[in-house]
Design a protein around this ligand. Structure first.
Ligand SMILES: NC(=O)c1ccc[n+]([C@@H]2O[C@H](COP(=O)([O-])OP(=O)(O)OC[C@H]3O[C@@H](n4cnc5c(N)ncnc54)[C@H](OP(=O)(O)O)[C@@H]3O)[C@@H](O)[C@H]2O)c1
Length: 247
């Protein structure tokens, strides 16, 4: 069993919940970050998880805000100790074709999906390197690998996540810190199920495996990358997409 402290950003969301549970099953102590201002919903989530036998601590914070990331990590480390595993999972979509893609939508997605990965990594990586151990896992997307119509902002941010992961991996490599990204295809979370049913059908038809992914199928890979056993994997981008994109 692993015996580390893991922080999952956006931990109360669809994939985040599956990752928190899978990490806990593997023995990690798990802290779920939730978006600023949503304390009541986060506490309800915490109670639901407890009813299923999962004990998670909560940490409020906006990962798109550099100062708040610093405050968030300091507060966690004061209360719980050093973070050994960071899963940068928080993310949003604000879709629009280039004609309709406002600067605001661009900025929101770049801040939440890309800047956050740097902001959070910056808070923890030095300590991990000093201690000689760390695992950083960044949730990217198949649409960062292949681009997606109407997702210029999201595709750019998610491609950037992998570029950043490769660079950070090189800095951590000799100090016991691995940095990898995961690129899920379409997974049945609220983010995807909010799409029109005909769009979901169209996507499903495109996937060689013939269905959407399940959150646990991504979570189990995250848990392996978070484990001590993954020590020779760094700077990798794990494809979990049912064959939707092969490279
Ligand atoms: N589902 C898919 O098919 C799929 C595919 C590829 C990649 N991904 C990526 O996987 C990750 C998780 O997605 P999901 O499907 O689980 O979506 P989700 O259920 O919407 O989860 C995203 C979580 O991030 C939180 N969040 C958003 N902005 C934040 C901020 N500034 N600070 C802190 N937390 C913030 C959200 O909080 P609130 O909702 O409470 O505001 C939510 O809990 C995302 O990075 C997404 O891009 C998903």
């Amino acid at each position: 069993m692993e015996n580390t402290l893991a922080l999952v950003t956006g931990g109360t969301g669809g994939l985040g919940t599956a990752i928190c549970r899978a990490l806990s099953d593997a023995g990690h102590t798990v802290i779920a970050n939730y978006f600023t201002g949503l304390r009541e919903q986060a506490m309800q989530w915490q109670q639901q998880q407890a009813a299923d036998g999962y004990k998670f601590a909560l940490a409020e914070g906006d990962v798109s805000d550099f100062d708040d990331c610093a405050r968030l990590v300091a507060a966690i480390e004061n209360q719980h100790g050093c973070i050994d595993v960071l899963i940068n999972n928080a993310g949003i979509t604000r879709d629009g074709t280039l004609k309709n893609l406002s600067k605001q939508k661009w900025d929101e997605v770049i801040s939440t999906n890309l800047n956050s990965v740097f902001y959070m990594t910056k808070q923890v990586i030095e300590g991990m390197m000093d201690r000689g151990y760390g695992r950083i896992i960044n949730i990217s997307s198949v649409n960062g690998q292949r681009g997606q119509f109407g997702q210029g902002n999201y595709s750019a941010a998610k491609a950037g996540v992998h570029g950043f992961s490769m660079a950070a991996a090189q800095e951590g490599a000799r100090k016991g810190v691995t940095v990898n990204s995961i690129s899920p295809g379409y997974v049945a979370t609220e983010m995807v199920m909010a799409m029109r049913p005909d769009v979901i059908d169209h996507i499903t038809n495109e996937v060689p495996v013939g269905r959407l992914g399940e959150p646990w199928e991504v979570a189990r890979v995250a848990v392996f990358l978070a484990s001590k056993d993954s020590s020779y994997i760094t700077g990798a981008d794990m494809y979990i997409n049912g064959g939707l994109y092969m490279h």
